[in-house]
Every structure is written in structure tokens, then in C-alpha cells.
Design a protein around this ligand. Sequence first.
Ligand SMILES: Cc1cc2nc3c(=O)[nH]c(=O)nc-3n(C[C@H](O)[C@H](O)[C@H](O)COP(=O)(O)OP(=O)(O)OC[C@H]3O[C@@H](n4cnc5c(N)ncnc54)[C@H](O)[C@@H]3O)c2cc1C
Length: 515
Amino acid sequence: MGAMEWSGGQAERPGRGRRVLVVGGGIAGLGAAQRLRAHPAFSQLRVLEATDRAGGRIRSERGFGGVLELGAHWIHGPSRGNPVFELAAEHRLLREKDLSEENQRMETGGHVGLPSVTYASSGVSVSRELVVETASLFHSLIDQAREFVRGAAAPAPSVGEYVRGALRALAAGWTDREDARRLRLALMHNFLNVECCVSGTHSMDLVALAPFGEYTVLPGLDCTFPGGYQGLTNHIMASLPEDMIIFNKPVKTIHWNGSFQEAASPGETFPVLVECEDGGCFPAHHVIVTVPLGFLKEHVDTFFEPPLPTEKADAIRKLGFGTNNKIFLEFEEPFWEPGCQHIQVVWEDMSPLEDVASQLQDVWFKKLIGFWVLPSFESVHVLCGFIAGLESEFMETLTDEEVLLSLTQVLRRVTGNARLPAPRSVLRSRWHSAPYTRGSYSYVAVGSTGEDIDRLARPLPEDGAEAQLQILFAGEATHRTFYSTTHGALLSGWREADRLIALQDPQAQLPGPQL
Ligand SMILES: Cc1cc2nc3c(=O)[nH]c(=O)nc-3n(C[C@H](O)[C@H](O)[C@H](O)COP(=O)(O)OP(=O)(O)OC[C@H]3O[C@@H](n4cnc5c(N)ncnc54)[C@H](O)[C@@H]3O)c2cc1C
């Protein structure tokens, strides 16, 4: 094993305390570090981050003359009680209207708002009436899918199969003409693809039905950060000593249940030793692991030594973690109407009731659900497309030119305007290829339950016979009701920090909220 690396610095305060390492500098890791830093028992604290930046899947970049969110986009359920909303409000990172009581009270049921315009692949726009009616039917089916959490036996293994089953029964009673019926089903297909983006999955057939309703939607109309989501993680960073986070420090293996020593602390033993890819080693009393579930899935056999208990390793394998990416297109002139916020793209040859076997390279772009018009760009006009699943992962393998060409053809076709000017440039996320993320966010997959989230979150060692709380687990995938969100991630980081504080100081008054 390599050299022991634990040097003093601003991050160290005098006196001996518990030595804690946080692995991962996303919002969960930063939140945990900030909470621990406020307690005197945790004077020796470091965050090891694999990449050269903090924020993880919160990633705002300057581009096209504005801010582009490559990762998290909205605060889901921005209302009092949502810690991300509260922090963002405290740091004045939101628009006035998003802070209003009216916005906070809005109940969206977690459904994506209606598009401003819907284009179909034959080059026509779809009537508003049909879109509203179909969206309302789709949302009622999704709401019904959430009800099985209350105990009624789930009639299908997955959300997708449940929705398609209900739809097949309904469609049998439709008296439309064939082309109208096709369009209705094509719209449904698009809404299912939207739901794939929401759940971060290839297909809703992979998302377990019975626990689907455990995910909790908070009140509030989803809002964005005008200056970038990363303003939030930057604020947390600014409250930490500069040398607390060590960048470009990927962790290779976490050795636990051991008795490790270092020359600088004679006589002291540590139960955990964190070994980095560059050979550096950090002995510690406690480690909070916040790496994404996608990374854990890939490295579950080598990241922990001794290996994880079978139940926990199985939870990692069974829970779902898929891909949702964004594609930003920059235009010289908008082809959309003023005030248009969201363009939906529907393929009339697609139906949730039929399986079409095709090569990804021929059809990947049909998974793209449409585009959001980004506000507040000055001289350019920017659309943000969303695409989930294997098609999204395939898109990551293409060149910018290939993506730009395909999407130009899509837009020309659906608008019926063969001369529509091509976008000036393209920029996109590639979350599946990112080695320290390997996808976008988690979901409860067929074959797993919410219990698996709790199993993943349980600290090690589980029996408590050895030194307590050697490895703790945080990150969005460890929050049973808010998985896949920034607020779930932040709350999980706070939860694990509080767990350590309570071990050290059982009388400690822990701050809320504990959602
Ligand atoms: C495209 C996209 C859109 C999204 N949209 C929204 C949204 O609108 N609203 C919302 O609430 N949420 C959204 N999310 C989800 C949200 O971004 C995440 O749930 C949240 O940011 C996760 O935070 P985290 O701290 O758990 O993980 P991360 O932010 O992934 O942090 C984990 C950190 O661990 C580091 N790491 C990994 N492996 C190692 C290693 N071996 N050693 C050291 N460090 C390591 C990583 O580099 C990373 O910095 C979106 C995500 C994506 C990808």
C-alpha cells in the first residue's frame, strides 16, 4: 500500500478528534462535510473527490452566452421543507416569482407541464385539445400506478406494463378513425418516454410498480436557478476551508474492519484505510461514501475490502440506475413562437402497444422527448432536449456533427420546413460515459423494493460488534422517498453526518429538517 497522506492545514483544528473522510464532493458529500465541520468532535475532516471540481451531478457551465445545466435542472417541489429550496432562497439564488407563496402551494403531482406546441413526424402540429386530453389520461394512469404502495396487490411487475395494460383495455373502446387512434397512441408513447427521463430509465417496464408510490412529490411549481444550480454547491464549498476538499483524488478501495496505523500518530489505530488510485492512503475512524450508484454497481466487487455483506451488494445490483442526457442546440434565430416554452416531438409510427425492433443508429433520436426553450440568453436562442435510456447512451458515442445533423433532420421533418436553418452548434451531457457517475440517477427497478434503498443506506459494520460506524452511505440513491433528486442527496448527507454526531455526542441537538 502507498504513502499515508494526512497532513494538517486549514482544515485541521487543534486537538485530536475523530478522523472522518467523505468520499465524493457532490451535494451529499458537501452537505455532510458542512454539518460535521460545525461540530467540535470532528476536527479532522477531508473530502476526497475523484474529479477536478465539486458539485458532481450539479454542473452548470457557461455556454452560448448563458448558463447551461448539464446535470440537475429544476428544484423539484420548491416549498418550505425542501432543504434545497430553503438554502437557495437563503442565498438569494432564485427569482422572486419562484419564492411566492402561490408557487410554493402549487400541487403538480410530479407531472411535467404541458408542452406549448406538439409537432408530429408527418410535419403537422397536433391539436391542443388532443394533447391536453391525452396528457390528462396518461397522468391519471401514472397516479393510479402510485396507489399500489398502499397495499393493494400490484397487477403487473412494472409501471410500464401496468400503463400499457390499462391503455390496451381503453384503446379497445376507442371509436376514432385509424389515423386519429395512431396519433393518440403516439402521444402516449411520447409521455412514456418523458416518464423515462423523469425516472432515469431505459423503459418504464424496468421500474417496479408496487413501490413506485414511495417516491414523494413535494408541493411547489418546479423552478430553476437563473445563475446556475452550481451556485448552491459553490455556497456550501465557500463555507469549508479551502484545503478540506482534495480534488483529482479517486478512491480505489476502502479497507475496513482493520487496525491501521500511521507514523505521525504513534499508538493510535484506525479501523478504516482509504486507498486512492494514485497509491495515497488515508487512515480514518469513519468514512462517508457518497459515490453514485452507477459507480458502485461497476466497482462493487473491488471497492470494499473485505467485500460488502451479500444483502448490501445485492441491493446495489438490484436497484436501478439509468441514463438521462441533455442536448443543447444554439440557433441564430428562433423558429418557435415568442412565449413558447416547451416543444414536444411525437413519432406517429411509435405506439406503446407495439414493439418495433430497430437498430439504435437508425432510430435513437426518436427517444428524444422534445425541447425546452431556455430563457435569458441574450443574442442567441437555445433549446434543451432530453433523451433517456439506451438511445441516450448510444447518443454519447456519436460526434457533435452526427448529433447536430440528426436533430436538424428531425426538426425539419416535424416542422414541415425543409429549409429550417441548422442549429449553429450543439453541446450535450454524457453521464453514462462519465467514469465516476456511469449514468444519471436511481430508481426502484423490477426485482427490488424500497427496502433495498434502506439496505444500501445502512452503515457498516452491521452487527455493531466492531468499531462503530466505519462506513456510512449517503447520496441520492440512499434516500427512500426522495431518491434521484438534489434534496434527497442533501438530506442523505445530513442524515449520515447526524448519525456520526449522535454517536460521538448523544446529547447533541441536531438541526432539522429530517424529512
Ligand atoms: C441530467 C440530469 C438531470 C437531473 N435533473 C435533476 C433535477 O432537475 N432536479 C433534481 O433534484 N435532481 C436532478 N438530477 C439528479 C441530481 O443531480 C442528483 O440526484 C444529485 O446531484 C446527486 O448528488 P450526490 O451527492 O448524491 O451525487 P453526485 O453529485 O454524483 O456526487 C458524487 C461525487 O462522487 C465523486 N466520486 C465518484 N467516484 C469516486 C471515487 N471513486 N473517489 C472519489 N470521488 C468519487 C463524483 O465525481 C461526484 O462528484 C439530475 C441529474 C442528471 C444527471
